[in-house]
Design a protein around this ligand. Structure first.
Ligand code: FAD
Ligand code: NA7
Length: 551
């Protein structure tokens, strides 16, 4: 290898003597993460980049989740990139929260602005990626027969992207239409005048149910777990308010990136258990009226997600609201959760109220489990529900889902699928031992936050690291096993101090039958995560033999 050659692409093309196309970097995913990675690597570092997405266009989550009612529950002003000051000033919005078409349009605009589409091959799934120890290159294969090599392999596969369709008996026999919310047809679905069944009442189900209830003839909701949901607080935002935000973005992003959940508010430092019941209710009521799920869980009191007594106070407040809103006592009973409030906090635009409609009915499938899907609909233990359309709002094989679907192999042919059998791992949520030069955006054990600022943090770390390596002719970087283990312990210790592991949800992988329930997030907050990245430098990383450097 000629170490004097400056451009990585040129260097590598000398190693790669076959006719396989070579790129400095391959990026997978065209969501917030992948798009920013392509921009940084191509436009700032001048590398050659090939990118892939299974979808037909950019957008990631916001390409796939086109179901009626799809909405971000991060406020509009911070559900976006912060890196481009002009873009921040140019972009605008109408309401405090963005709908799917608005976010899709925003990401499309970003792709055009930075000429990112030309790097993508769409409608292409990466099926395998193997690290070759002789060449120190990744060999990447797709379902369309492509084979390319790259020095850097950047995966923005999405946390909530691999759809989960439960394996109900008889699913294939249903004669009507079936959809998953996370793979909603681009052409839309006409639900007018139809009998529609929805399985699932998580964040997605809640939005969808509100979105379609006015349109369908009858909506039957199949609920496994009742949910705690608070109002989202979606309101029109005036030009004056938007101008004020735009004038203050410097401070806003500073606050967001140094906070814990990065949702634009200061997390409370007051424990609920330190104040009277009247004060608790006053704060809950005030926050209920403002809106926002994360704000309700983290902005009201400091101990809702950690202390069972404080958690119960929040639960009781929400239960009281459900009883007040829902007119039919039996429906209210079914909608009222008794469990901990410790899943990703939900918020909505009139969820409980939707069950006051005459054309909406609720089936509790814990009380009456689903036995099978029939040709006509769904059969539970209390009878058959006839449907024209069946919608799965059953969530995702979150965090590691797309990684383990891919044949991803590192040093010595070690398979990621096997390595992660007992739960996914990742040093700093970005890198993995035995997988040199693999950089995961939102990989396992990354921050649990409003995601664009975390994505930016990680992509910037990745691009800085790539630059560092290119400038020094470093061949490979990977974390040591000790560093990876220590990070896992850190993440487990923090998570175990919260109530989240006690609730069954995708946050710990508990929503997928057979999956090991294990820690998948760094719950120490974005501010602390950024400090860790800063302080760690390249400690815990091994570079290739020719070089042993420190930041
Ligand atoms: P994604 O946007 O998920 O993109 C990943 C892409 O990778 C996909 O397009 C997929 O097709 C592609 N891909 C995966 N595997 C392969 C493969 N093998 N080959 C080719 N392509 C592949 N987050 C928030 O912070 N706030 C919110 O309010 C919020 N609301 C959400 C609402 C919904 C309905 C959902 C599903 C998620 C929401 N999220 C929210 C999380 C959201 O996923 C992130 O905010 C963000 O969009 C993730 O961007 P990403 O680029 O990491 O991944
Ligand atoms: P979630 O939050 O995982 O919700 C999925 C829903 O589907 C939830 O109500 C599940 O019930 C239900 N579900 C899953 N499997 C079944 C079966 N087999 N039978 C009946 N019901 C089932 O996914 P979402 O898409 O709503 O949200 C994911 C994230 O995307 C969200 O947090 C936001 O960040 C955006 P359960 O509650 O597990 O009993």
């Amino acid at each position: 290898m000629d170490k004097t050659t400056i451009r990585e692409g040129n260097v590598m093309s000398q190693i790669n003597k076959s006719n396989i196309p070579h790129f400095d970097a391959v990026v997978v995913g065209a969501g917030f993460g992948g798009l920013y990675a392509v921009h940084k690597l191509k436009n700032e570092l001048g590398l050659t980049v090939r990118a892939y997405d299974t979808g037909a266009d950019v957008g990631g989550t916001w390409y796939w989740n086109r179901y009626p009612g799809a909405l971000s529950d991060t406020q509009s002003y911070i559900y976006r990139y912060s890196f481009d000051k002009e873009l921040l000033q140019e972009s605008t919005w109408k309401n405090t929260y963005l709908t799917q078409p608005e976010i899709f349009e925003y990401l499309s605009h970003v792709a055009d602005r930075f000429d990112l589409r030309s790097n993508y091959q769409f409608r292409t799934k990466v099926t395998a990626a193997h690290f070759n120890e002789e060449t120190n290159l990744w060999q990447i294969m797709t379902d369309r027969g492509d084979e390319v090599t790259a020095k850097f392999f950047v995966t923005g596969l999405g946390l909530l992207s691999a759809t989960n369709v439960p394996n109900f008996k008889g699913r294939e026999t249903f004669k009507g239409e079936q959809y998953h919310t996370g793979a909603w047809p681009e052409s839309g679905v006409d639900l007018k005048g139809k009998r529609v069944g929805v399985i699932g009442t998580g964040s997605t189900g809640v939005q969808l149910i509100i979105g379609i209830a006015p349109e369908v003839e009858h909506l039957t909701v199949f609920q496994r777990s009742a949910q705690y949901s608070v109002p989202v607080g979606k309101r029109p935002q005036s030009e004056e308010d938007i101008a004020k935000i735009k004038g203050n973005y410097g401070e806003i992003w500073k606050q967001v990136k140094s906070s814990a959940v990065a949702f634009g508010f200061d997390e409370s430092t007051v424990p609920a258990v330190s104040v009277s019941k009247e004060e608790q209710d006053r704060v809950f009521e005030e926050t209920w009226n403002k809106g926002g799920g994360f704000r309700f869980m983290f902005g009201t009191f400091s101990d809702i997600a950690t202390n069972p007594e404080a958690n119960e106070a929040a639960c009781e407040f929400i239960r009281k609201k459900i009883r007040e809103i829902v007119k039919d006592p039996e429906t209210a009973r079914k909608l009222t959760p008794t469990s901990l409030y410790a899943k990703r906090p939900l918020c909505d635009n009139g969820y409980y109220d939707t069950f006051n409609r005459d054309n909406v009915s609720l089936i509790d499938v814990k009380e009456n489990p689903i036995l099978e899907i029939t040709s006509k609909g769904i059969r539970t233990t209390d009878g058959e529900y006839e449907l024209d359309v069946l919608i799965y709002a059953t969530g995702f094989d979150a965090v590691d889902g797309h990684y383990i679907k891919m044949d991803l192999r590192g040093r010595g042919g070690v398979s990621m699928r096997e390595k992660w059998e007992d739960g996914p791992t990742g040093y700093l949520g970005i890198t993995n031992t035995d997988f040199p030069n693999l950089f995961m955006i939102l990989g396992p054990n990354g921050p649990f936050t409003n995601l664009p600022p975390s994505i930016e943090t990680q992509v910037e770390w990745i691009s800085d690291t790539v630059k560092y390596m290119v400038e020094r002719n470093i061949k490979t970087i990977e974390p040591t096993q000790d560093a990876e283990n220590e990070w896992l312990t850190t993440c487990s210790t923090i998570a175990d101090a919260t109530l989240f592991p006690k609730a069954e949800s995708w946050i710990f992988g508990a929503n997928i039958p057979g999956k090991k329930n294990s820690v998948r997030f760094y719950m120490g907050g974005l501010g602390n995560y950024r400090k860790v990245l800063e302080e760690v430098g390249y400690n815990g990383f091994a570079f290739d033999h020719a070089f042993s450097g420190k930041k």
